[in-house]
Design a protein around this ligand. Structure first.
Ligand SMILES: CNc1ncnc2c1ncn2[C@@H]1O[C@H](COP(=O)(O)OP(=O)(O)OP(=O)(O)O)[C@@H](O)[C@H]1O
Length: 175
């Protein structure tokens, strides 16, 4: 089974009063448009597979740096997701969020970063399961879920079948 991570950097957006912008204060999340590999063309958070000897947190920090050049800190565990394919466990994904980071998001060969207001997340251009668990993560809740896909490899061409999801879970292992 593949072990992977996703990281969702958050920042507060406030209107600049000098421009007369009357939109409400909101949170924005840093998403990427994936340019190659699994989920190419779709939006997701920065993230990827664990390398040998790496902890999930280290992986999320490394992948965010590699994909969008942002140095994230103080990651908060927000979710654990299991993706099955035709009944077998395919990927286990650790989800993090953080409001601490240095640098400016910069595009790479792998990803094009974009700050998006949390109520404008483009769920129709994401993995089908994202709409089920990401809103809770962006609202500050924690989630644990299993999402079942059918139809064979690759995972991003399989059909989403069904799921179980729990909110307000606690993660004991600090991973
Ligand atoms: C099935 N439903 C899913 N819903 C939401 N997110 C999903 C996902 N399934 C995989 N993911 C995430 O997608 C990234 C794959 O990225 P990643 O491992 O980098 O794939 P890629 O093939 O590009 O690998 P390399 O860059 O070659 O290592 C990685 O963050 C992983 O957690």
């Amino acid at each position: 089974m593949i072990e992977a991570t996703l990281c969702f950097p958050l920042r507060e957006w406030t209107p600049d009063e000098r421009t007369g912008d009357d939109r409400e204060r909101t949170d924005e999340v840093l998403l990427i448009e994936k340019r190659r590999g699994l989920g190419e063309g779709w939006y997701n958070g920065p993230g990827g597979k664990l390398e040998n000897g790496e902890t999930p947190r280290e992986c999320a920090v490394r992948e965010t740096r590699e994909e969008v050049g942002l140095a994230v800190r103080n990651l908060e565990k927000a979710g654990e997701l299991t993706f099955t394919l035709d009944g077998d466990r395919h990927t286990f994904c650790h989800v993090y969020r953080t409001r601490s980071f240095d640098g400016e998001p910069t595009p790479s060969d792998e990803a094009r970063p974009e700050w998006v207001p949390i109520d404008e997340v483009p769920y129709d251009r994401m993995w089908e399961d994202d709409r089920l668990w990401l809103p809770a993560v962006l609202e500050g809740d924690t989630v644990a879920g299993e999402f079942r896909f059918e139809g064979g490899e690759p995972l991003d061409e399989a059909d989403f079948a069904d799921h179980d999801l729990e909110r307000d879970v606690s993660f004991e292992d600090r991973s």
